[in-house]
Design a protein around this ligand. Structure first.
Ligand code: C5P
Length: 289
């Protein structure tokens, strides 16, 4: 196979708890992640030598600073294959938004290159490579719905949501992930998500049961500094969302809806104000390669 096309899907965090600080500087997490239908498109062509990466966003790095580039590099190192690739990424997932856009691209490149070469690496090995490149990437290798623990790499598969709609609203602020974790004071967190309850609700296919348990402890950092986070949450609830929280380390806020029509109306409201906003649905097992 000399070329391959695939999709890289965004994720949201239905719950996000931080249970401790680790000796390696990272934090121990307990988070329920779910893939959604918003995706980037990736086209890879095999060449004789060199990895070349292009995206439709001029401000993104196209060299080793881009983890999709690193994905190709580590794939070649691990398999001993000698060739190059032209990788073209058409981005739709907002960048640095808590939606794992970069992680999804990285995971999709690993999967696609593996498929292109007749799957020399197992899914376990792909996840191992992924874990070295970033905390969210092992989840993105398989997608669907999972509980992620440890740094994010210890995954337990969970039943996906029945088709559920989400409105993703990206405020016009840039919130770097390391800043969020650095400013998180574990001793000051008084509330934690009911992760076990959320998992049970997923097992019962109970959308409302999931919605009322959606909770993200990282909001204690971001909402404190940026009032816009709570403003969007309140508005989404007023527009009919069953629940609303921030995704990952932000800054995207999402609302969960059981009706596509209500979700689209909420989306139209935010569009009027020029917000970066998307209506998406929960994706069950989205991998295309
Ligand atoms: O692993 P990744 O590159 O996605 O992490 C970005 C930053 O987020 C890390 O440098 C760290 O500051 C923070 N982080 C953390 N604990 C995690 C995941 C991320 O402290 N489990």
């Amino acid at each position: 196979m000399h070329q391959i096309r695939c999709k890289a899907y965004a994720k949201i965090n239905l719950t996000l708890d931080v249970t401790g600080k680790r000796a390696d500087g990272y934090h121990d997490l307990k988070t329920v992640m779910h893939t959604v239908s918003l995706c980037d498109d990736i086209h890879i062509i095999k060449t004789d030598k060199e990895i070349r990466l292009k995206t439709n966003l001029g401000f993104l790095p196209c060299d080793r600073r881009n983890i999709a580039y690193r994905a190709a590099e580590v794939f070649l190192q691990k398999t001993g294959i000698s060739c190059g690739f032209n990788i073209n990424i058409n981005k739709r997932i907002p960048v640095a938004a808590g939606l794992a856009g970069g992680s999804a691209d990285c995971a999709a490149v690993l999967r696609a290159l593996n498929a292109m070469h007749g799957n020399p690496l197992s899914v376990y090995e792909l996840k191992e490579l992924a874990g070295n490149l970033g905390s969210d990437i092992p989840f993105c290798i398989e997608g669907g719905c999972a509980l992620a623990e440890g740094r994010g790499e210890l995954l337990t598969r969970l039943p996906s949501l029945p088709k559920t709609f989400f409105v993703l609203v990206k405020p016009n602020i840039y919130v770097p992930t390391p800043w969020v974790y650095k400013n998180l004071h574990l001793d000051k967190i008084t509330e934690h998500p009911d992760t076990a309850g959320c998992i049970q609700a997923l097992k019962d296919g109970d959308i409302r049961g999931v919605a009322v348990r959606m909770y993200n402890v990282l909001e204690s950092v971001t909402a404190e500094k940026y009032a816009v986070i709570n403003k969007i949450k309140t508005k989404l609830i007023n527009l009919g969302a069953l629940g609303s929280i921030m995704s990952g380390s932000g800054s995207t806020v999402f609302g969960m809806f059981d009706s596509e029509k209500t979700a689209k109306c909420a989306c139209a409201y935010f569009k009027k104000f020029g917000r970066e906003v998307f209506t998406v649905y929960s994706n069950e097992y989205p991998q295309t390669v």
